[in-house]
Design a protein around this ligand. Structure first.
Ligand code: SF4
Length: 423
């Protein structure tokens, strides 16, 4: 039997591991779904794999397979707060019927909901951001905990999946197991019938693909099963599908930029500002301060999360009254020698009590970061490779102790909410 041991996190892509995956696919090409899953759970990733399930119309087959292999395998359910009551009931039905003992709901951050979706209607105006807050963000820290993930993807579903193998090595060196890769639509139906699996209660009412209640409608005869998802929106995926290499893909992460925040590099939900950005449609961008002042009325009409970009020569005082509108302030440090950004950060924190994210962008170097932190900057967009390395290896001291207070507003350690680390 080919062996591919559990993967250590954060290592270089190992060509031997890739060869191991190729060998596995050759050996298991003819293997049935249960055999594939069984081998993964017992030989490749014992105790180190999990599954995310929507408990939608198509979930019962994979969950049944999981129950045959290991009833205690972690099954994560994204409890977005927007599900049909029928879906929540179906979770319980499948748990009971299949004897699943480790279904774990994961929830969006209450802080994100309060900030970005206080009245719960973000899905109407900005479903990408709603999915990002309610699905992608809560899932990301979970995926890092496991060496492998089981998916229900099948070859017949899309052209890109036409060559889907049973085992994949993802771009972040995890193993993705696709036991149903070779299943056809008819195979799914036959499996359900053979094992007498309960249907989602809404399936009989024309709901063939089921997600959150506000974004799901029934489909008509002959319609694509997914046509009822985000009907009327130019949106097809929820943001937690996987990119070509199997890593989590998110519409909000299309630029692949990362930000150093809370002690780790993470995907940056914000995009670069461009002059083509329509103020009425702006979201997750840092608006240059002068542009914001010029088009203030238009920007203030949007419901989307916004950021503010402050460059040397621009005065944060000019937008004092609107600072609450921003979830993030980006302070631009275009050159190592230009220190005006420190004053911007301190004014924002100390005079205006800005409680959101303050990030440093531009020429951010290791030597500057301790002082930036003292000024209230809590996040860093870093392109300088040695600085990125120092941060990721934890070689830059956190500023937990203030040897020299920076002014009357210096506050003892532990009382600055923006300096507290998550978790
Ligand atoms: S499916 Fe709709 S309600 Fe659910 S998270 Fe996405 S946009 Fe929000």
């Amino acid at each position: 039997m080919a062996q591919v041991s559990a993967l250590p996190r954060q290592h270089q892509h190992d060509p031997l591991r890739e060869l191991g995956i190729v060998a596995l696919n050759g050996m298991f090409d003819e293997m049935d779904a249960l055999g594939v899953l069984q081998h993964a759970a017992t030989q490749i990733l014992p105790g180190d794999m999990a599954i995310v399930s929507s408990f939608g119309a198509d979930s019962a087959v994979l969950l049944h397979l999981v129950s045959e292999v290991d009833k205690n395998m972690p099954i994560y359910f994204l409890e977005t707060g927007k599900h049909f009551t029928e879906t929540l009931a179906y979770v319980e039905t499948l748990k009971q019927r299949l004897g699943l003992t480790n279904v774990i709901p994961i929830y969006p951050s209450s802080e994100d909901l309060a900030r970005f979706d206080p009245d719960g209607t973000l899905w109407e105006t900005d479903p990408d951001s709603c999915c990002h807050i309610r699905k992608t963000e809560p899932l990301e820290p979970i995926t890092e905990q496991f060496g492998g993930w089981v998916t229900g993807r099948k070859r017949y579903q899309t052209a890109e999946r036409g060559v889907l193998p049973h085992f994949e090595l993802t771009s972040d060196d995890r193993i993705k197991i696709n036991p149903l890769a070779y299943f056809s639509d008819a195979d799914v139906a036959a499996y359900k019938a053979e094992h007498d699996l309960p249907e989602h209660p809404l399936y009989a009412h024309g709901y063939k693909s089921i997600g959150c209640a506000p974004c799901t409608s029934a489909v008509g005869e002959g319609e694509d099963p997914r046509a009822g998802r985000w009907r009327g929106f130019n949106k097809r995926e929820c943001g937690i599908h996987f990119d070509f290499n199997g890593a989590i893909a998110s519409p909000m992460q299309a630029n692949k930029r990362t930000i150093f925040k809370d002690g780790t590099f993470k995907p940056d939900p914000f995009k670069e500002w461009t002059d083509e950005t329509d103020p009425a449609a702006a979201r997750y961008v840092h608006i240059p301060l002068t542009v914001f002042v010029e088009h203030r009325e238009a920007f203030l009409k949007t419901q989307h999360p916004l950021g503010l970009l402050v460059s040397p020569g621009e005065r944060i005082e000019d937008v004092e009254a609107d600072l609450d509108r921003f979830s993030s302030i980006a302070v631009n440090f275009p050159a190592f020698t230009d220190g005006r950004g420190y004053s911007t950060a301190r004014l924002s924190r100390e005079r205006y009590k800005f409680a959101g994210e303050i990030r440093a962008v531009g020429d951010v170097l290791a030597d500057q970061i301790p002082l930036m932190r003292r000024c209230g900057i809590d996040s860093f967009v870093v392109t300088h490779e040695p600085t990125r390395k120092a941060l990721s290896e934890g070689r830059l001291a956190e500023v937990d102790i203030f040897y020299q207070p920076t002014g009357a507003a210096e506050i003892p350690v532990g009382t600055r909410p923006y300096l507290r680390r998550a978790g």
